[in-house]
Ligand binder design. Sequence first.
Ligand code: C2E
Ligand code: CA
Ligand code: CA
Length: 340
Amino acid sequence: MAERIVTGLKQPLEFAGTSLKPSASAGIALYHGGNGTVGDLIVNADLALYLAKAEGRGSYQLFATTLRDKFEEKANLERELREAITSQAFAVHYQPQVSLQGGKVIGVEALVRWEMAGRNVSPGEFLPVAEKAGLMPALGRIVFAKAIRTAAEWHRAGIDFGRLSLNVSAQELREADFACHLLDLLKQEGLPTRLVALEIVETVMLDDENTGIGLTLKRLRKAGIRLELDDFGTGYASLAHISANEVDRLKIDRRFVRDIDKNPANTKIVKAIIELARGLGISIVAEGAETDVELFWLHDLGCPAVQGYGIAFPMPSSQAEAWLATHSLAPHRTEAIHVA
Ligand code: C2E
Ligand code: CA
Ligand code: CA
């Protein structure tokens, strides 16, 4: 019946000389008796309708209890996230970036970590929920405060970490006081702006004309903070944005690094990105290098720097500090790979 109704509603309508093409989706819930209310039945149908729309308009879905569980899980996660923000229950891990010419540490990327009820929830799972709930600015400020404090301590102790890279989303950058907040924080903690970089994805750059993000980024860059394009090659980068006037570094996305030795398309793409960056006077780092073979190929293609499990995993601050202490003394194993 739903199929008949949806198809029936799809018939074009002639109106004022144009043909209108309506579409409809349907959500279906069945009443099996028991103690559910009419209200529950309508909510269930609504959840099924929501799914039908999400799966492409003009279809129908039948309610299943797993659907309600999924929605409840999301609502729970959002509630837990709000609590975690209030209690600042996030940790920050640090993943080193090293030069492929000599193995010197050139930076550390700060990555948020959240343990909820004994489980490590991955950023890929909770960040979209935070984004949807408008919680990114609050979450980002907790990460910034912790990471900048740690880096400032390292700086005072003479531990060379290169530069601290902070991930930042469009929602955070749209806050009117984003730049002020960050610059104040750096001053307060005593971390020079030249030791800080912001990682943004390509789409954020395209957003700028409408939101003033461009101005914020320019101001921060002028203050000495470096700007990096994250996940490069996966978004909608307009080459017009990629100039040394706007960006300091491109981060080649892991999807191009994976199996670089076996996938000729990836080899060509990485080679082209390296050429492009070199021509424009922008620096480069490849992310997600896991194996020695990948590291070797990147080195061979002239990639100047890498970050990935093949060098080091993201680590809590104490572990990262120990890692930095040993690696700033001894040349890194990429040197050995190079020689091999
Ligand atoms: P990203 O910025 O692309 O960060 C790199 C991700 O790749 C991290 O995942 C890191 O743990 C992982 N990774 C690093 N090396 C390797 C490797 O060799 N192999 C593989 N398979 N993975 C590797 P993570 O920590 O789960 O973060 C996921 C994403 O969440 C990040 O992607 C970033 O977009 C976002 N994110 C993380 N922390 C923050 C934050 O504090 N603020 C904001 N706005 N976003 C964040
Ligand atoms: Ca990043
Ligand atoms: Ca990335």
